[in-house]
Each structure stands twice: as structure tokens, then as C-alpha cells.
Design a protein around this ligand. Structure first.
Ligand code: M6R
Length: 616
């Protein structure tokens, strides 16, 4: 979950490397570093614990000179976030520099072998074996060919990696490769670039190339990129991705933080996703690789996801079961991967939900489902991501880059994406008529305007945030699909405000969590005007009887809830119960953000987390 960048060309490398790292900082932000090589073959590096802003200050005073270089922003796995463990790492001779995203699983064995051969190590990282292995190959079988040395070294690695490598003996040559961790490259008139994802490249090009696992790319200052496969054969037609958003989409654009920006972008994201989806065949979802007949025969859906995307899965289950009447299981990818027996039918469809498309647990699970013969459909936000490339079909939610670690706009867009799938299935298997599907689609099209209205009520969230001052814990409650709204609201709060937040289906509260409640304990109750309203109101009463302070998330005009709750986060009426989770969550996203800011935290980069969880 680190970020990797590389550049070789006509410009000084350090400025773009630093800018690129800043853009990739969402992937990890506990230390950072760059290394450049000058045309005369001098390697110059700067690295430190801390964020890219600190690195930038140090780099400006050190002024590393060179038109070819690599950079890294780290999320520590092996070794604490210290200056010494920060990347780049060098070989023993100090001629080869490497940055790495991923985990080398056999590094201890390799390190022992290298140490026995006389190599000395300076860090606690798994990565440091790589430059030493490259050095052995460079001095030995690869005979001064950097791509060959990298190929030789990576043949000895087990695990996952995206690597960028430079060498003082061939200034201007940048070699990059990947296995299981994302990496893209781009050729431009002023040189060639590499990065963990397309975001840093959006400022220099709109056309990038995707490397396949084990491909090795050699980038040269004229912008040329030569890609070879594991056996050294030239890859003629690498997968290309066109970046269809402006570089400014990944910039703050006047907002104080990305979370605020991304919360506000939800109405437009949903509009984009829904646009053009109603066609002559009902819901247009050409992204599916199943024919209508195959869709009609789907008799089980398995949804695989993690974190916020898992919560989308729970709502998707409600929609698919209600509309298409197909049974759905929702699995945490990390659990599914270690479930020994998993039963599927001949017509089970697998849906993987992953904003980044790079979550290691989710990818492993998707591969397992594919191996079991299931059609795999990905719902993701990132073009060309591994989930997209490995799935049989992919729905891109088109939410635009999501930079804040706490997922917001991807949550609602993935939810609406899964509603489209549910409607498509319902039409295919005959559980809904075209008219019914059309009516549900029209209901969905109301979501953006209701979201706008909720956003205009953000002052309610700001006011409610005051009830969390001096608190250490909170309970979130909801029923049916809004127990998921409670789970997601609690996850947002704990992620960015570091408050303990527990979420429960409201009816389960009496079986244990009620013991938590004492005077002024904050309870967030999601209580729309739905078929379980009275039941949830009773649970609010139970909380109040024990001294809780209740914050309701309710439908406009609900006098009963208004009388009971200290604050109410109001939501306009919705046409279908399944719409409420998509719009009410905005209040809970805003609430979490206000609580975190009240406490003085960086809402975009919460401690210990990273946006893309590419380790198991
Ligand atoms: O990229 P993914 O959707 O696969 O990510 C899954 C989780 O890591 C992610 O949703 C995480 O829980 C977020 N930080 C939540 O805000």
C-alpha cells in the first residue's frame, strides 16, 4: 500500500517525483523518499520518516540533481517508519536504488543467503534484499543489463511487488516491474513516467499503459518504453488506459480537505452513473459478460468485499433479494479466503465490490471464485485496476478519484451500481416487468437532488458533532438496510475521529450493547419513516431510559423522533426504502468529519490506515 513513482526525461526529476508522491500519499504516509541519478552517474537521495511535505522541505535544501529518478511514500509493513527504513534502498555498492510497494514473503531466507555471501543490510525492511539481488545479477549473469538484472532478481522473489529501479552505471535508464501490486507507465514528449496509479500521471498525459504481472518496462529519456515479459519477449500491445478525467479532479479545488470535496461530489457522481442506463432493453448494463439467458439462470449471488465496500455488499443483498429474488451471501474477503468449504451452485454469480480494485484480500477471493467456475463481476472506481482486468465484466462507478482514505462517494456510487445490477437481474429473470424496473430506475434518479438537499443541511451535522465532545465511545443503531447505514456511519467515525464506535441492528441492542449506555452516552439512531419505524423508536426509548443522548437520522416531519432526540439529522422523504441508505449516509459522513475536525485530526489521512490495502 505504498506509492511508487519514477521519471526519466529532459526535466529535473525531483519536482515531479515530489508532486507525484504528494498525489499518491493516500496510499501510505509514514515516510517518504526520492533518489535521482545525474547524467554523470551520481546518485543523490533524500528520505525521511514523516509525510511528503517534510520530504519536500529536505529535498529543497538538498537539491538533488538529475533527470532520472524514483520516489516512494510508505505504509510500513516490515520495520518501523524511520528514516533508515524509508525507501529508496540501495545495494551494497550504493549504485543501485530501488523503491517497492508490496511484500517480499521470502525475504528472510534471501537475506540470510545474501548475508552469508557478504552483503550488509542497513534496514529492517523486506525490500532491501531487492537491490542486493539486482546487484548480484548486474555483476553476474545480467552483465550490466539493468532490465535483465531486475528480471533475474525478481525470479527469486516470492510475494508482491511494484518496483522502480535506477542505477548509477546507466544514468537515464529507469526499469519498472510489477507482480500483484499496481503500476502504470506513460510516454510523453518530455520523458517517460511510472506510477502506482494514474493519478500522478493525469497532469502529464491522458494515455497510460498498464503493465501485466512480471512484465518489465525499460524507460528512457526520449520517452520510449520497452516492455518485455518474464521470458524477455517483447510485449507489443500492452493494455492502454485513457484517463477520462481532468487532473484537477484529484486536486482540492478550494475545499479544505478531500473528504469534504468527495462528500460534496456525490450527487454528480450518481447522476453520471445513472445517465443513459435506461434503454430499449430496460436497464443497460453492457458491462455484464452474461447473456440474458445466463443472467436469468443465476440462482445464487456471492458478494465479496472489505470495509466500506462490504457495507455496500450488505445493501446490495437487500436490493438483489428484494427485486430479483435471488439469494445473496455477502462475504468479508479476508474470511472467505480461509473458509475451507464454500458451496456454490452451477449458476452462482460472484460480485466483487472494491473502490480501488486493488484490495489484496478481495482479489484473492475473486480469483478463488473464478477458479470455482463462477462468473465474476466487479464494481469498482479505478480504471484498469486489477479487479477490473481480472473480472469477466466490470461496472466502473465513475465517481472520479477518491483521495481521502475514508471512502464516501465510492460508497454511494457502488450502492447505486449494485441497484442497477439488481434491476437488470430482476428484468432478466422475470421477477419484474419492464414498467416496474423503469419505475425503480426513476426513483433512483431522485437520489442526486435528495443528496443535494442533505448536503445543504450540513449545519445539522456540525451541531450534532458537539454531542461527541469529551466522549470516548458511541453506539450506532438501525434496522434492516439501515443497520448497514449504522455500520457505515460507525466505521466513518472510528476511522477518522479515533472514537470507539459500535454499530448494531437496533433490535440486537438488548442482547448486550445496552450495557454500554450510561448518562450522556451518544447513540446515533437511523430511524426513517419505514416499515420498522415503530420498532426503532422503541429502541430509542430504551436508550433514553438509561440516560443516553440520542441523535436521530429521520425523515422530515417525524414529530415523534423530534421529541425524543437531542439532535435530528433530517432527510427528505424517499420513494423507496432502499434509497434512504444512499442519502442518509451523507449526514453520517459529515458528522464523522465534523467530530474529527473538532478533535484536530487530519480527516484525509487517518493514522495507521491507507487507501489501498494491497497486503493480506
Ligand atoms: O478499495 P476497496 O473498496 O476494496 O477498499 C476496502 C476497504 O479497505 C475500504 O473500504 C476501507 O474500509 C475504507 N477506508 C473505508 O472508509
Amino acid at each position: 500500500m505504498c506509492g511508487v513513482v519514477g521519471y526519466t526525461g529532459t526535466k529535473q526529476a525531483s519536482e515531479w517525483l515530489l508532486d507525484g508522491l504528494q498525489t499518491l500519499e493516500y496510499r501510505g504516509y509514514d515516510s517518504a523518499g526520492i533518489q535521482v541519478v545525474s547524467s554523470s552517474g551520481n546518485l543523490h537521495g533524500v528520505k525521511c520518516a514523516g509525510r511528503v511535505a517534510t520530504l519536500r522541505e529536505r529535498a529543497h535544501s538538498a537539491n538533488p540533481v538529475g533527470t532520472c529518478g524514483i520516489g516512494h511514500t510508505r505504509w510500513a509493513t516490515h520495520g518501523a517508519p524511520t528514516d533508515g527504513n524509508a525507501h529508496p534502498h540501495l545495494d551494497g555498492s550504493g549504485r543501485i536504488a530501488v523503491v517497492h510497494n508490496g511484500i517480499i514473503e521470502n525475504y528472510q531466507k534471501l537475506k540470510r543467503e545474501l548475508m552469508a555471501a557478504g552483503h550488509t543490510f542497513l534496514s529492517d525492511t523486506d525490500t532491501e534484499v531487492i537491490p542486493h539481488l539486482i546487484q548480484e545479477a548486474w555483476d553476474g549473469p545480467a552483465k550490466g543489463d539493468l532490465a535483465a538484472a531486475v528480471r533475474n532478481a525478481t525470479d527469486r522473489l516470492e510475494g508482491s511487488w511494484a518496483l522502480a529501479v535506477i542505477c548509477a552505471d546507466c544514468p537515464g535508464t529507469l526499469v519498472v516491474t510489477r507482480n500483484g501490486s499496481p503500476l502504470v507507465v506513460a510516454s510523453t514528449p518530455d520523458g517517460a513516467y511510472a506510477a502506482s496509479d494514474v493519478m500522478p500521471l493525469a497532469s502529464v498525459t491522458s494515455h497510460v499503459l498498464q503493465l501485466n504481472d512480471r512484465d518489465i518496462a525499460t524507460l528512457t529519456p526520449d520517452g520510449a518504453i520497452r516492455i518485455t515479459d518474464r521470458d524477455g519477449r517483447v510485449v507489443d500491445h500492452p493494455t492502454a488506459i485513457d484517463i477520462d478525467w481532468d487532473a484537477s479532479a484529484a486536486k482540492l479545488g478550494g475545499y479544505s480537505d478531500f473528504m469534504a470535496k468527495e462528500i460534496s461530489e456525490q450527487p454528480e457522481a450518481i447522476e453520471r452513473l445513472l445517465s443513459g442506463r435506461l434503454g430499449k432493453h430496460g436497464i443497460e448494463l453492457d458491462e455484464l459478460s452474461l447473456t440474458r439467458e445466463e443472467l436469468a439462470s443465476v440462482d445464487k449471488v456471492v458478494i465479496i468485499a472489505c470495509g466500506t465496500s462490504y457495507h455496500v455488499g450488505l445493501i446490495a443483498k437487500a436490493a438483489i433479494e428484494r427485486w430479483a429474488r435471488v439469494p445473496v451471501s455477502v462475504e468479508y474477503a479476508s474470511e472467505f479466503n480461509y473458509t475451507e468449504e464454500y458451496l456454490v451452485t452451477d449458476h452462482t454469480m460472484c460480485v466483487v465490490i472494491t473502490q480501488s480494485g486493488e484490495t489484496a484480500d478481495t482479489l484473492t477471493a475473486a480469483r478463488r471464485m473464478k477458479g470455482m467456475g463462477c462468473n465474476v463481476f466487479a464494481i469498482t472506481n479505478v480504471l484498469g485496476s486489477t479487479a477490473a482486468r481480472e473480472s469477466d465484466g466490470t461496472l466502473y462507478i465513475q465517481a472520479g478519484p477518491e483521495v481521502a482514505v475514508a471512502s464516501t462517494k465510492a460508497y454511494t456510487a457502488q450502492m447505486v451500481g449494485s441497484y442497477l445490477l439488481a434491476l437488470r437481474l430482476a428484468l432478466a429473470n422475470g421477477n419484474m416487468s419492464r414498467d416496474e424496473v423503469e419505475k425503480h430506475y426513476r426513483d433512483l434518479t431522485q437520489i442526486p437532488d435528495i443528496m443535494r438537499e442533505v448536503l445543504a443541511r450540513r449545519w445539522q451535522d456540525k451541531q450534532a458533532a458537539r454531542l461527541f465532545r469529551n466522549q470516548r465511545s458511541a453506539l450506532f443503531l438501525g434496522r434492516n438496510c439501515n443497520s448497514t447505514t449504522a455500520y457505515e456511519g460507525a466505521l466513518k467515525l472510528k476511522e477518522i475521529s479515533y472514537l470507539h464506535a459500535e454499530a448494531y441492528p437496533a433490535g440486537e441492542m438488548k442482547h448486550g450493547p445496552i450495557a454500554l449506555i450510561e448518562g450522556s452516552f451518544p447513540v446515533v439512531a437511523v430511524v426513517p419513516a419505514d416499515h420498522v419505524h415503530d420498532k426503532t423508536v422503541s429502541n430509542i426509548q430504551e436508550c433514553l431510559a438509561r440516560g443516553a443522548v440520542v441523535i436521530g437520522v429521520a425523515t422530515d416531519g417525524d414529530e415523534r423522533v423530534a421529541k425524543l432526540c437531542s439532535e435530528v439529522l433530517w432527510v427528505p422523504p424517499v420513494a423507496d426504502e432502499l434509497i434512504f441508505p444512499a442519502v442518509a449516509i451523507i449526514h453520517l459522513q459529515l458528522l464523522a468529519r465534523y467530530v474529527a475536525r473538532d478533535r484536530g485530526y487530519d480527516v484525509d489521512k487517518p493514522r495507521n490506515l491507507a487507501k489501498s490495502v494491497t497486503v493480506e
